[in-house]
Design a protein around this ligand. Structure first.
Ligand code: OOG
Ligand code: NI
Length: 463
């Protein structure tokens, strides 16, 4: 097989993302309702803001918005994680960032598999937040051993999926028919199974240790637990959700409403209680229920530099020192007011954010700039003269505090447990079978490449 007959990793990812969306819409009808609502609000937002529409078109990112979504899965073993890395690589998705969720009382650590190049992101930015269960954080040794034994016995990938990954690795890609089969086979891993692989009694013991442990260990595979479309106006979607019969969590996670969106804002609806059956006596099944899958929407803003991120983290902490959002939503208004007030310290105009070195921008020549190539000027002079323009680079990653808020709202306050914060990136990367990429280096690279494109007219150091 020659490379000429291979379909691109971007095409496989797009097909996979569409297949996953269709499967989840079938499995969780409220997801379909949310998708329709998000599409409607996005259309209205663009119609009301021609400048936004024009900039998204000019930066080649309008089309991706309706295609855009992320999902999340929880894995049980290092072998599952390293195989998942190889599966995602076939679709052009690579592990970016290390997230320690033990600080939030959730016994996992995670990475986000996503495309990394500018062109790949524009084609389809599908990403999967992937967490590995940390049995080392479970105090009860007997339960830990039992859970490990169950996990060791399950196979989350079909044999054919593994064969196709090996083939793609060996031959540098897949042809159209193998790619279509790959998408179908890999989708099986993410499917919901309503038959558990453990007894009701064991499920209860796992559940008592932590709800999430029960979710990971009790089933045949890592069912996708949510799929999240991207909205251009999260406040509007949040306000309209009840009309569609969906009750959102009280507080939108992340930064407050702003003119210039930064990082990521997210909201979700509570996980559904779904009927499942447990392994019973003499081959019989015992009916029960399990709560795992939920819905979420998000609005993405500009990627922040380390300086911008430090300011964001500080302001979020300052807010939480004044008022912590209660899980039942009782102090939502008070929290939102405090958040808006504290975040006044974060500039809310693009040029202010740029000049303060808080966010990443991509630079391009204006029409006027294209006509005067060859002229030398420094960057700021060229911007002032209208030769160079700048656009915010979208944040493609996740926020651990928000992820924790989403987890907790789904688990309910009573399920919150304390673990000692114990990040272990070395162990995670060993289990993954390679290093995670640095998110900041990636945004800095996009910025640098855009500046280099303008270099023939501006004379500056590309930092
Ligand atoms: C949540 C993972 C994080 C988000 O949007 O922050 C996430 C989970 O695994 O349920 O998806
Ligand atoms: Ni999410």
């Amino acid at each position: 097989m020659t490379a000429r007959t291979h379909v691109s990793a971007d095409a496989i990812r797009s097909d996979f993302s569409a297949a996953m969306s269709a499967m989840y819409r079938n499995e969780v009808p409220a997801y379909g309702t949310l998708m329709a609502l998000v599409a409607r609000v996005n259309e209205e937002t663009l119609a009301a803001d021609p400048h936004l529409q024009a900039r998204l078109e000019a930066t080649d990112s309008l089309e991706r918005i309706s295609e855009e979504r992320h999902g999340a899965i929880w894995l049980g073993t290092p072998e599952e994680l390293s195989m998942m890395r190889r599966v995602f690589a076939v679709m052009g998705m690579y592990p970016v960032g290390y997230y320690d969720l033990s600080t939030a009382g959730v016994p996992v650590h995670s990475t986000a598999f996503r495309p990394v190049g500018d062109a790949a992101l524009k084609r389809n930015p599908f990403r999967v937040f992937t967490s590995l269960l940390r049995l080392d954080l479970i105090a009860d040794e007997a339960l830990r051993a039992e859970a490990a034994a169950v996990l060791a016995s399950r196979k989350i990938f079909t044999e054919r999926a593994i064969e196709l990954v090996e083939k793609a690795e060996k031959e540098g890609g897949l042809d159209a028919s193998d790619a279509a089969e790959f998408v179908r086979e890999v989708l099986e891993t993410f499917r919901w199974h309503d038959q558990a692989i453990v007894s009701a009694e064991m499920y209860k013991r796992l559940h008592d240790a932590h709800r999430l442990i029960a979710d990971v260990v009790s089933f045949k595979g890592p069912h996708i637990n949510h799929l999240t479309p991207r909205t251009l106006d999260i406040d509007e979607v949040q306000a309209l959700m009840p009309e569609e019969g969906i009750a959102p969590k009280a507080v939108v996670e992340g930064p407050p409403t702003r003119k210039c969106p930064i990082l990521l804002r997210q909201t979700s609806f509570k996980a559904l209680e779904e009927p499942v059956s447990f392994v019973g006596e003499n081959g019989a099944w015992k009916p029960g229920s399990h709560t795992a899958r939920f819905g979420e929407i998000e609005q993405r803003g500009i990627a922040l530099t380390p300086k911008g991120r430090a300011l964001y983290d500080k302001l979020l902490n300052d807010t939480r020192a004044i008022v912590r959002p209660a899980a039942d939503g009782s102090n939502a208004a008070e929290y939102e007011a405090a958040l808006a007030d504290v975040f006044k310290a974060f500039p809310d105009d693009w040029d202010g954010i740029r000049k303060a070195g808080l966010g990443y921008f991509s630079y391009s020549l204006t029409e006027k700039g294209k006509r005067v190539s060859g002229r030398r000027a420094d960057l700021e002079t060229a911007i002032e003269a209208g030769l160079i323009q700048f656009d915010p680079i979208v944040y493609e990653d996740f926020l651990p505090v928000s992820a924790a808020g989403i987890f907790q709202s789904n688990l309910g306050d009573d399920a919150t447990q304390d673990f000692v914060a114990s990040p272990n990136q070395v162990m995670f990367e060993r289990d993954l079978g390679g290093p995670v990429l640095d998110e900041f280096a990636h945004y800095a690279g996009i910025r640098r490449a855009s500046l280099e494109m303008c270099l023939d007219i501006v004379n500056m150091a590309v930092a």
